[in-house]
Design a protein around this ligand. Structure first.
Ligand code: UDP
Length: 323
């Protein structure tokens, strides 16, 4: 298939592009490079630098590429940033998604794969989290993604755009070539590995008084290659659907840091700090629906393997990407 990937120069997008190409599809990447890196775009893909905020740019790029499906990764995705700058999240994630969906309708494209998030659920009443839990986001980030899912239902019903929303839990790890390089890093695993690499002095633990086994937040870490595979399976899905996408295992922040100590052989100095606004205590996926309906199965479900792949990439890309 011809696949058009919006945000294909970012961390998740770039590795999905690589896997989609490996599966034999053709890819055009559209990215404004605000967060992404030109050198993170697989050289087998065509590249268009453009901005979703500009309707003419996205419309012209889709017209030229004539894709059968669009994957949409371009979004702001940092929960704490959204707690201080909601406007950025509603502009980037909601208003720009309307441009993309309208351009898809204009050019008659019928398949859409969306980067959803478990943050739409806020603090869930139970874990593992199934798809039918109430949508009650705790942050503008989670709210913005929930709003796009709501819009998608109407674009499907009215315009016949069939969609799959993959609600990511915590994406982590790397492929051999591509990895996680945010210009301002907020995520746990790269921050911990930066201490092992010597580019940071210590890592901060946000909150040690949660009702969890060691008082720190529990998250479900999914290897980026397994996450990418779900996108390839989503292309085969014949009806619109939302899937929670995680491995089903929860690890505390302290367990993640310990795993990083084991993998890197570095002591990793950690300092305990107060809670970070917008963080639910425990997020763990049920992968039942995606495994039974799409046949998805993680290949790397041990945290140690996920961290080891990230570590291998960071050691060979000490400053991340050059651009
Ligand atoms: N976290 C932390 N120190 C950091 C970064 C994150 O203690 O330097 C915690 C954060 O509060 C959350 C968990 O690690 O409980 C995962 O955070 P991350 O930002 O990686 O992903 P999120 O779950 O927010 O999408």
């Amino acid at each position: 298939m011809k696949i058009f990937v919006v945000g294909g120069a970012g961390y998740i997008g770039s590795i999905c592009v690589e896997e989609v190409l490996n599966a034999g599809h053709q890819v055009t990447v559209f990215d404004n490079l605000s967060e992404g890196h030109r050198s993170a775009v697989d050289p087998r893909a065509a590249f268009v630098q453009g901005d979703l905020a500009n309707y003419a740019e996205i419309s012209a790029a889709l017209k030229a590429a004539v894709p059968e499906a669009v994957m949409h990764f371009a979004a702001a995705s940092v929960v704490p940033e959204s707690m201080v700058n909601p406007s950025k999240y509603f502009h980037n994630n909601v208003a720009n998604a309307i441009h993309l969906l309208d351009a898809i309708v204009e050019h008659g494209i019928k398949k859409f794969v969306f980067s959803g998030t478990c943050a739409i659920f806020g603090t869930p009443e139970r874990v593992p989290m199934t798809e039918d839990l109430p949508v009650r986001p705790l942050s503008p980030y989670g709210q913005s993604k929930a709003m796009v899912e709501q819009m998608l239902r109407w674009y499907d019903q009215i315009h016949g755009v069939q969609y799959v929303s993959l609600r990511y839990f915590n994406a982590a790890g790397a492929s051999e070539k591509f990895g996680e390089h945010h210009r301002r890093e907020t995520h746990l695993i790269p921050n911990v590995l930066a201490v092992a690499l010597g580019t940071k002095d210590h890592v901060e633990i946000y909150g040690t008084d949660y009702l969890t086994p060691d008082g720190t937040c529990v998250r479900d870490y999914i290897h980026i290659i397994d996450l990418a595979q779900a996108h390839i399976l989503a292309l085969q899905c014949r009806q619109s659907a939302c899937f929670n996408l995680g491995c089903g295992d929860g690890y505390t922040v302290k367990q993640v840091i310990d795993t990083c100590r084991k993998v890197t052989g570095h002591p990793i100095h950690a300092i305990e700090r107060p809670r970070r606004p917008g963080d639910p205590p425990k997020l763990v996926a049920s992968s039942k629906k995606i495994s039974s309906e799409l046949g998805w199965k993680p290949r790397f479900n041990k945290l140690q393997d996920i961290v080891a792949s990230a570590w291998a990439w960071h050691k060979t890309h000490l400053n991340g990407y050059p651009d």
